[in-house]
Every structure is written in structure tokens, then in C-alpha cells.
Design a protein around this ligand. Structure first.
Ligand code: ATP
Ligand code: ZN
Ligand code: ZN
Length: 803
């Protein structure tokens, strides 16, 4: 018997192990490991998508087996490497293997399930007959039908007058275009040319094309455009049997404009040392992890590019990861300009069709350099020579939802699989990585100087408490304003950052202190001037801006917190002749707008770039000599042990935008907490000093990297149920773990209520807990039955925040 093990698209514990199916004879020679298939599942007529994990040519099975219904792919979509990676990831992140697999594949490969209604007999209620409107099969969307019809359908189904069927819809479709190949020989074409009327200009052009391109095929659109031939003449040519017309696959090309070619720069000694050291590992095929700690503007990107080049020369491929936010047009140009069409880009700016095409180019071996954000770590590259993670400290490398993987861990797994080095680059490495480098687990490579030996910009801290007294302004100090005016005179450029993490503009009553909250979530609503509404950033709830207080009726309502839009207006009043560009989620929503804004700034069409965190990273503009951080505090206030580290990182990154070329830079950091150590140390921009200080604090307080952590969360619409579950889990943990494990909680999560659900959590800090895995798996298995009732338990290993 030919059997196949199939991982089915039903994310539950019972289905986490592959199911065995019978391979029918007609599919026997097509089925391969890693293909998507359609299989029946459960008792009814339900059909779902699955992935073949294994094929057994002469298997044995007692009992009745279901048959595989059909295949969705002609070739495997998951190679053996990615298949075993998904298995490892499932264990490591306490997620279902099918969730891991679907995370790895382009989203279009996730089949949609469409319920269908099939008419079995004409002897059925008139309303139902009307619904079918002459056909015998229709799509069945319960939500779209009125209740009384649904009731009638349920009755009809009981009598077997109608049946419900499931259709698996594959959304992975290649784009097809018409192409032409000549059906006549060159001689025949020459003969036609002699007999054709002289004024049939278009047909003459077509025959000349056929004569000069024997045996070639061409896209119909291209023939019309490049040779200036009318579509109707092409149709005539097809009718005359000169051409055969057929459908051809085409890749959607997300980068239509041609990128200017750029060439390797002559490396300085530190850079050359870095490239040589890493390349040595590529050649020797050892999976060493390198931590490239280079100050801002030290030329890390050039090190990446030349390392990639070495890998390509050795006939290998390369994978480079960057945080979504720094996948700027500048970065794209640098990589595309260096490696051209060999580069595939994967990021959230692409449509799902474009992503699928880039993915297939990689899969087909047409691209051997892949650049992308988090999920690009799953790019189906073969023969990887080097994996690079830029800004490795960035929190966006950890996925928030299941599977809660950290890109760094997956990168290490793949580096180990391919026997290739992994390069972690940053000006402010995560404490975890830097600590491993101290221990010798990673190899530390440093780039301590800026290119051209330009010094790091001077950083001045401004106490806003004093400033408020002086000029009553809470956003702009006198010093910063003076410096801005000075740059305007010198025709130099300014970058201003408004730190908005965990802080947005909300509405507060000055009379009673009432703040407008989302009715579904436990957080304040955010003011949006463009749509003139209050919005919830979590659930999307929207309502009009109030003009009087809902609590006390007072009209003394004030907007608190600073939105970029409001700051822009204020700044424009303070420096009337400055040309200001604003960059935030609102101005970059449309495709390409991010790029256009940066282009304008780069061309010198604006003096000031005002933006959110989005401008802190990666920008490289030589004429920027002043950077201002308007509010450094907001990320300090978060209830999270990493808030100092985040603040230090952010301030260092944004400071690094100033003085990157010949002219030196200056940075102003405005804060209400001038004595905070993270702010003080960012003044020195001394990462090593910050590292030592922060490590001693983590040591005292038993936090990572000295301790491991895991977060367990329970959620339910009923608050007491979520809490009770957490206390139950706490008991299990106490019984199974050692005395050394430290438990924080159970406690409500800091955003207690989200999308109408309550969240309770426990955080465990531990050093050595041999039982931990087993214990967490026990909890996962145990809660399964609750999920159907709406009570969810989640496990987050190495959580990025404790909120
Ligand atoms: N060897 C070199 N010779 C001349 N210019 C160089 C060299 N290496 C890099 N540069 C230039 O120096 C500038 C800064 O380099 P790059 O952007 O790679 O720094 P970085 O370390 O990635 O910075 P950040 O972390 O701040 O983004 C760029 O304009 C780059 O083209
Ligand atoms: Zn909400
Ligand atoms: Zn009030």
C-alpha cells in the first residue's frame, strides 16, 4: 500500500502529529514529500489542506484509511530542510507544526475553505430553490443569509434535500500573459512580404520581426510596444496563422524603475578585517556566529555587501535580514544596485502576488541574494553561504503571534544546517547577544570608528522641566529652536524625532481628569485629525471627537500627548520659512509614499524631516547636521524591564543620523528625566559602558540574560475565568518546577482588556529547569479542551516584554 503522512491544517494538539492517508493510484507517481494536498477530514464531508510530511511506498495499515483527494502543487513547496525546521520550531515555540509551516510559506499558499451547498432534490422549500437560482451548487456563507433562510436550510439538510460540501480554494496563482511564437518559417515570411500591400505598414513590421527573430517567442504586449505595432494587426497576424498565441507565466516585478548600478567601495582596515574574517568561515563552512558591533555610520552595510559578494563568488547564496522599518528605499537601492536581478526582496510593501513571485524566483534558483524582513528567514534558498541580520537588537525580529519565534533562533538553526556563518550586526547589540560574545560563544568583531574618522555627534541633554518654566513650550526648547534656525541659515538639514511608543495623543478633561477609553479595550483612544475621529489602535473602534466631557459635562477638553501633525503645525509657526516634511503612519500609508518623502528630503527639497521612530534607522543623508529628539521619556515609562535598553538603543540610533559625512553633527535630546542613566549614557553614546551598567542591574534583579523567562497568558471574555485558569496553572507550575524558579503573578496583563477579552499572565524566571519543557507541554495539552469554549492559554518563550 502506498501511504502518506499528512500534516493537516487543523491547529489543535490532537492533530499536531501527521495523519496517515492512502495514496490513490492515479496520484501515485505525482505525490512527493513537501507538497500541498487536499484531504478529507473528520466524519462529514469536510475537506482541508495538508502538507505531505512523508511517503511510504509499501506501508501497512490495519483498518480503513481515507484517500488523498488531490494535489495542489506540481512540485514540493517545502523542501526537506524547511520541513524539519518546522518540526523544530513547533517544539521550540510551543506552536502547532501546521502553524509553523503556514508561516513559512507565502500567504497565498494558505488555501481558503469555501462552504458550498449542493441541491439534492427539487422537492424543496421555494425560498431555497430561489437561492440556487437555477444552479445546483452555490457558495454558502451563513453570515450573509437572513436567519429564517438559514433555519430552512438546516431543515432541508436534515431531510437530505441539500448537502454541505467544502471546497478548498488555492489562491496561489501565477500571473499569465499572452505570448506569441511564429508559425511560419523565415522563407515563408519573406514570401508573404513580397506579396503584401505596401500600405499594410503594421503587417510589414510583423513579417520583418519574424524574419529577424527566427524561432523566438515574445510577449504580445512587448511586440506591440517595442515595435510600435497595433493590437488589431497582431490579431490579423494570428488569424493569418503567422503566430501561435499561448499563455505564459510572468513574474510581477515590484521594482519597475531601474536602479543605478553601484560598485564596491575600498574598505578601511576595520571593515576589511571584518569581511575577511567572516569570508574565512564561509569558505571553511563553519557555522560561527559573529557579532558585528559597529558604531552608527561605521560602514556595516558595506561589510554586509562585500561579504555577500564573497559568498556569491564561492558559488553560494546569501540571506540578509533587516527590520521592516529600516527596509528603506535607500537600503533597497544599495543592494539592488550592487547585485541587480540576482536579488529577491521580501517585505510588507509587496502585494501577496508579488511576494509569491519573489518567492518562486528564489525557489527556482533565479535569485541568489535574498533581502527581507522577519519572515524572509524562511526563504527557500539552497546552499546558503552566509546569513546576515542587521540591527539584530530590534524587537520586530520576534513574532508577536503564534508561532512566537525569534528570527535569530531560526537563523542559527539554518546556519547550522547549511554550515555557514551568521552575522549579527548592530550599533547597540541586544544584551543577550553581547553577553554571549563576552562568553566566547559568539565572535565579537568591532567597527569602533565612523567612516573617514568622523567623530560621533555631540549630544546635549535638555531638561524640559526647566524649559517649560522658561518659555511655556513643552515640545521645543529655546536651544533646539536656535539650533534649527542656525541650520536653516547654513542650508543644512535637520531630523526631528517624536517618540510615540506607548504614548499617543489622547483627550483629557482638564476639569475632572476623565480620559476617553475604548469600550472594548482597556486603553485610551487616539486622536486622528485626518479623519476627525477617536480611534482604538487595538480593535479599530472609532467614534467622533467629543466636544464636552462625558463625565462632568465640562467643555475644558484638551488634547494631551503630541501627535506629529500637531507638532508640525506648531513648528511651522515657530520657524515660518522652514520647509517641513512629516513622516509617520498617516503620511506613509500609500504605496511608495515613504520612498517619495525620503527622495524629496535627499534632494534637498525640504529643510526638516519630522517623524516618528520610523526615521531613527538606516537613513544616510550627508547634509543632516542636527538631530532633535523632542521627547525622550515616553519609552522609559513603559512597565517593562527592557525599557532602558530600548531608550538607549533608540537615542543612539537616531543620534547616528547626524554628521555622517564631512560636516560634524549635533544632537539635542529633550527630556523630563535628565538624570536617568539610559539618557545620560546615550549622551556619551558609549554602548560598552551602557552594557556594563545594564548588565549589573539585570544581575541584581534576576532578569535576562542572567535568567531565562517564559510568559503564560490566559484569556477569556469572562474575567474571573481567565484569572481562575491562571491560578490553576500557577499550582501546576509550583508542583513541577524547582525552588529556584521565580514566578511573577498570576496578575492581570498591563493591558487587561483587549478586543473584549481579559488577559491574565504569569512570568517565570529561571536558570536551570530540566522539567520546563515537559511542564509547558503538559499545560498545553491540558488546556486544549478549554479552547473550544473560548478560553485560550498561550505560551511565549523569551517574551520581548512583560506587559
Ligand atoms: N570603505 C568606505 N569608504 C567610503 N565610504 C564608505 C565606506 N564604507 C561605507 N561608506 C559610506 O559611509 C556611510 C555610512 O555607512 P553605512 O550606512 O554602511 O553605516 P552603518 O554602519 O550601516 O550605519 P548605521 O548603523 O548608522 O545605519 C555610507 O554613506 C557609506 O556609503
Ligand atoms: Zn479597542
Ligand atoms: Zn470632565
Amino acid at each position: 500500500m502506498r501511504l502518506a503522512k499528512v500534516i493537516v491544517d487543523v491547529p489543535t494538539m490532537q492533530t499536531n502529529d501527521p495523519y496517515t492517508y492512502l495514496v490513490p493510484d492515479e496520484l501515485s507517481d505525482k505525490i512527493q514529500k513537501g507538497m500541498r494536498v487536499i484531504v478529507p477530514f473528520g466524519n462529514g464531508s469536510r475537506k482541508i489542506q495538508g502538507i505531505i510530511a512523508d511517503v511510504d511506498n509499501d506501508g501497512e495499515f490495519d483498518g480503513k484509511l481515507k484517500k488523498i483527494e488531490g494535489i495542489l502543487d506540481l512540485e514540493p513547496v517545502l523542501n526537506p530542510e524547511l520541513l524539519s525546521l518546522s518540526k523544530w520550531m513547533s517544539k521550540k515555540t510551543y506552536a502547532f507544526q501546521i502553524s509553523c509551516i503556514l508561516t513559512m510559506l507565502p500567504s497565498v499558499m494558505r488555501a481558503k475553505y469555501q462552504k458550498q451547498l449542493v441541491l439534492n432534490s427539487d422537492d424543496v422549500d421555494d425560498d431555497i430553490l430561489k437561492l440556487f437560482d437555477g444552479s445546483t451548487v452555490i457558495d454558502f456563507d451563513v453570515d450573509k443569509l437572513p436567519n429564517d433562510i438559514v433555519r430552512k436550510i438546516i431543515q432541508a439538510r436534515k431531510k437530505r434535500q441539500v448537502v454541505i460540501k467544502y471546497k478548498v480554494q488555492d489562491n496561489a496563482k501565477a500571473k499569465k500573459i499572452y505570448a506569441l511564437s511564429s508559425k511560419i518559417s523565415t522563407d515563408e515570411a519573406k514570401h508573404e512580404l513580397e506579396n503584401i500591400r505596401k500600405n499594410s505598414k503594421n503587417l510589414i513590421k510583423i513579417l520583418q520581426y519574424i524574419i529577424s527573430h527566427p524561432g523566438e517567442s515574445i510577449a504580445q504586449r512587448k511586440l506591440a510596444k517595442d515595435y510600435d505595432i497595433s493590437e488589431s494587426s497582431i490579431k490579423t497576424a494570428i488569424q493569418k496563422n503567422w503566430f501561435k498565441r499561448f499563455l505564459q507565466e510572468e513574474y510581477r516585478n515590484p521594482y519597475k524603475q531601474t536602479v543605478k548600478r553601484n560598485y564596491p567601495l575600498k574598505l578601511n582596515d576595520d571593515q576589511a578585517n571584518a569581511v575577511n574574517t567572516i569570508s574565512d568561515s564561509i569558505e571553511k563552512e563553519n557555522d560561527q556566529v559573529y557579532l558585528l558591533e559597529g558604531v552608527t555610520g561605521s560602514g556595516k552595510t558595506e561589510v554586509y555587501l562585500q561579504t555577500i559578494q564573497r559568498a556569491l563568488k564561492m558559488g553560494k547564496t546569501a540571506l540578509m535580514l533587516v527590520p521592516e522599518i529600516s527596509l528603506t528605499p535607500q537600503m533597497v537601492k544599495r543592494v539592488k544596485g550592487r547585485f541587480g536581478d540576482r536579488v529577491a526582496m521580501l517585505h510588507s510593501g509587496l502585494s501577496s502576488g508579488e511576494k509569491y513571485d519573489e518567492w518562486r524566483r528564489i525557489e527556482n534558483g533565479e535569485a541568489d541574494v535574498v533581502v527581507g524582513a522577519r519572515s524572509a528567514i524562511f526563504a527557500p534558498l539552497d546552499n546558503i553561504g552566509v546569513i546576515i541580520m542587521d540591527e539584530e537588537h530590534e524587537s520586530s525580529y520576534k513574532q508577536d503571534d503564534a508561532p512566537r519565534y525569534h528570527t535569530r533562533d531560526v537563523a542559527k538553526w539554518r546556519a547550522n544546517y547549511h554550515n555557514c556563518p551568521l552575522v549579527l550586526g548592530s550599533a547597540t547589540p541586544s544584551l543577550e547577544s553581547r553577553a554571549r560574545a563576552t562568553k566566547g560563544v559568539y565572535t565579537l568583531i568591532r567597527l569602533p570608528h565612523r567612516i573617514n574618522n568622523q567623530s560621533l555627534p555631540e549630544v546635549r541633554i535638555i531638561d524640559m522641566k526647566e524649559q517649560m518654566k522658561e518659555n511655556g513650550q513643552e515640545d521645543f526648547s529655546n536651544e533646539l529652536l536656535a539650533a534649527i534656525n542656525n541650520r536653516l541659515q547654513k542650508h543644512e538639514q535637520v531630523v526631528l524625532m517624536l517618540n510615540r511608543r506607548g504614548y499617543s495623543s489622547f483627550v483629557m478633561c482638564r476639569n475632572c481628569g476623565f480620559v476617553l477609553h475604548c469600550p472594548n479595550c482597556d486603553i485610551s483612544l487616539t486622536l486622528h485629525m485626518d479623519s476627525r475621529t477617536m480611534k482604538c489602535h487595538y480593535c479599530g473602534h472609532e467614534e467622533p471627537i467629543p466636544n464636552k466631557c462625558r463625565n462632568c459635562g465640562s467643555k475644558k477638553i484638551r488634547y494631551y500627548g503630541t501627535g506629529t501633525q500637531k507638532v508640525q503645525q506648531q513648528l511651522q509657526r515657530l520657524v515660518p520659512n522652514a520647509r517641513i516634511l512629516r513622516m509617520d503612519v498617516d503620511t506613509t500609508r500609500r504605496k511608495g509614499s515613504h520612498e517619495r518623502l525620503l527622495q524629496r528630503f535627499g534632494n534637498g527639497d525640504a529643510d526638516i524631516l519630522l517623524g516618528t521612530q520610523m526615521i531613527a534607522k538606516g537613513l544616510d543623508f550627508p547634509n543632516v547636521t542636527l538631530v532633535g529628539v523632542l521627547n525622550a521619556d515616553t519609552s522609559l515609562d513603559l512597565p517593562d524591564f527592557r525599557s532602558s535598553e530600548r531608550t538607549f538603543d533608540l537615542l543612539t540610533q537616531v543620534s547616528g543620523r547626524a554628521g555622517r559625512a564631512e560636516k560634524s553633527g549635533l544632537v539635542y535630546v529633550q527630556t523630563f528625566n535628565p538624570d536617568n542613566y539610559a539618557i545620560q549614557l546615550s549622551k556619551k553614546q558609549d554602548y560598552e559602558l551602557f552594557y556594563r551598567k545594564e548588565m549589573s542591574i539585570r544581575h541584581e534583579t534576576n532578569y535576562p540574560p542572567y535568567f531565562f523567562t517564559v510568559k503564560i497568558t490566559a484569556s477569556d471574555v469572562n474575567e474571573s475565568k481567565a484569572a481562575a485558569k491562571m491560578f490553576e496553572i500557577a499550582k501546576i507550575l509550583k508542583a513541577k518546577l524547582s525552588q529556584q524558579a521565580i514566578m511573577l503573578g498570576p496578575s492581570p496583563s498591563s493591558i487587561l482588556k483587549l478586543k473584549n477579552k481579559y488577559y491574565y499572565q504569569i512570568i517565570i524566571k529561571y536558570k536551570h529547569e530540566p522539567n520546563m519543557d515537559e511542564c509547558l507541554e503538559y499545560i498545553l495539552n491540558h488546556y486544549q479542551k478549554d479552547a473550544q469554549k473560548g478560553l485560550y492559554v498561550n505560551i511565549d518563550p523569551d517574551p520581548l516584554n512583560f506587559m
